[in-house]
Design a protein around this ligand. Structure first.
Ligand code: SAM
Length: 267
């Protein structure tokens, strides 16, 4: 059985209620601050202003990042790791903050979405990556090297992860693929550990954590998304199955789809 705790509210306040050193792994997919005037994206083949929601417009991104990361580090166990996703809009700020707080940067994972939407303008390269920082409190941290190697077909896993963007399972505008979270949770925690997601959104981290027999704490500021995550996670069975990695191992489906040119572009 997994212990699942979903909290509604601002993570900066709610993290203060959690005991020091009480979680083993943190995955944070914070506001990237890419919405608002001047940021454009492609929708149905047209250039439009990017608007993920009010929650994605942050006045002082450095102050915001330092505040929530500081609280996360307080609740992280001494051998735990924090994984933070981002794009160029926020990852320089996150990187500087991790250094400023004296953390050990374990890796920068480049998540490459081969099927990212093409760029209509001819002024720059088409963005198709996100960066995931992995950091710890010291050089002694938990990392499941053997599982990484196993799901990479027996070869040492590198920090370039080619995982396609997926069609969303919910109405959340920035839902992460379950396959990405499955890999993160498998490499950064063990069965029975506690995984925390301070920006839970539609609950992807919780879905994967529960399925893989981890305990989960999720925090979400929007009542709508909190309910969405609750419903989604309630429907998950705790059976220890690595649904996506097993599939990948069997016949590397994503790669096959691309070789056969069957994949569709996804924003
Ligand atoms: C990038 S999305 C996370 C998406 C999530 N990874 C998923 O797969 O659905 C960030 C989420 O954080 C929430 N959020 C923004 N600021 C917050 C805060 N201060 N405390 C808690 N949640 C917050 C937003 O409402 C949004 O749902």
């Amino acid at each position: 059985m997994s212990n699942i705790r979903l909290k509604l509210g601002n993570c900066i306040e709610l993290l203060r209620e959690l005991p020091e050193g009480s979680v083993n792994q943190i995955f944070a997919d914070p506001p990237y601050n890419l919405s608002g005037k001047g940021f454009q994206t492609v929708k149905s083949g047209k250039m439009v202003d990017c608007n993920k929601g009010e929650w994605d417009v942050i006045e002082d991104i450095h102050e915001f990042n330092e505040t929530w990361i500081r609280e996360c580090i307080r609740v992280l166990s001494d051998d735990g790791t924090i994984w933070i996703s981002g794009t160029l809009h926020n990852h320089p700020s996150v990187g500087v903050t991790l250094k400023k707080l004296g953390l050990w940067i374990v890796n920068d994972v480049i998540w490459f979405k081969r099927n990212a939407a093409p760029l209509l303008s001819k002024t720059r390269l088409a963005p198709s990556t996100e960066l995931i920082w992995i950091a710890s409190k010291s050089k002694k941290y938990f990392f499941d090297y053997d599982t990484a190697k196993m799901i990479n077909g027996g070869k040492q896993m590198r920090n370039l992860w080619q995982i396609n963007a997926q069609r969303h399972l919910t109405k959340h505008p920035t839902e992460k693929p379950e396959i990405l979270l499955e890999r993160i949770v498998m490499l950064g925690s063990k069965e029975g550990d506690t995984v925390l997601d301070p920006f839970m959104g539609s609950g992807t981290t919780g879905v994967v954590a529960k399925r893989l027999k981890r305990n989960f704490i999720g925090i979400e500021i929007s009542p709508e998304y909190h309910e969405m995550a609750q419903n989604r996670i309630n429907g998950i069975k705790t059976n220890g199955k690595a649904v996506y990695s097993d599939k990948l191992l069997k016949n590397n489906e994503q790669l096959k789809m691309f070789l056969e040119e069957k994949a569709e572009y996804v924003n």
